[in-house]
Write a protein that binds this ligand. Sequence first.
Ligand SMILES: [Zn+2]
Length: 106
Amino acid sequence: MLQNTSCVHCGQTETTEHILLHCSFARHVWNLIPLASTIDLNDFPSLVSAVGAATSWTCLPPCGITGNIFSWVVWNLWITRNLLLFEARPASAQVTVSKALVRARE
Ligand SMILES: [Zn+2]
């Protein structure tokens, strides 16, 4: 178990919602995802509420992703967090987005 529950990106208390939705790093990642409509992450106090809403989030056609992008973004936010925390390997928001988009296309 980890005793330090501070976010590796910003130092705030780490919660699921913080890591995946509300951290400044997560917000930067979400802002870079080419969604067809604008989302306000403040509308989602819990991950469950975001999961429900995300079923209608679609990517702009040029990116070639027709399925739901939500799971790919949160998965890559988690991977980026773990690489930084456990291996001291930082990744930018742009790299995190790129990996999410590539994996979603695959
Ligand atoms: Zn944070």
